[in-house]
Design a protein. Structure first.
Length: 150
């Protein structure tokens, strides 16, 4: 896109990073698989739904226990797929510990947490129940940087 055709202002629906919360940028809902799902099944789910991560559901090993156990990213699948080590399950691929954020958290704070934890996806949970309500990715934050208005 040339500079002259680039919009001068972002979408009126998107606040600037300084004013945005996780709920402004996250994808509501969560796509998940069982811990025993093989790599090929997880890859098929990601490809079919055009997503870059899956939540692995089941009881977590962290305190307090959560319904989401870990996240599998597209890079996790790629790493396992080219390693030639057979077909691992979602349980083996899932990144732990699970990194979570809350919908009302400032987006800048969530981005800093993602950088500190070196993760591109976090699970958004309701504070009272710890129930997963969505996913926040680095691409979601890029959208705020691109289209957010002051």
């Amino acid at each position: 896109m040339s500079t002259s055709s680039r919009p001068k202002h972002g979408s009126y629906l998107m606040p600037a990073l300084e004013h945005a919360t996780v709920s402004d940028a996250m994808h509501p809902g969560i796509l998940s698989c069982e811990p025993d799902a093989p790599l090929s099944e997880a890859a098929r789910m990601m490809a079919t739904n055009h997503v870059h991560s899956l939540a692995v559901i089941g009881v977590s090993r962290q305190e307090p226990e959560m319904g989401v156990w870990g996240i599998i990213s597209d890079l996790d699948l790629l790493r396992a797929g080219i390693s030639g080590g057979g077909e691992p399950t979602a349980r083996v691929l899932a990144a732990e510990p699970l990194v979570t954020v809350q919908p009302a958290m400032p987006l800048r704070e969530a981005a800093e947490l993602m950088l500190a934890q070196q993760t591109s996806h976090v699970v958004v949970v309701e504070p009272a129940t710890e129930r997963p309500v969505g996913i926040l990715s680095t691409l979601d934050i890029a959208g705020v940087l691109a289209w957010g208005e002051a």
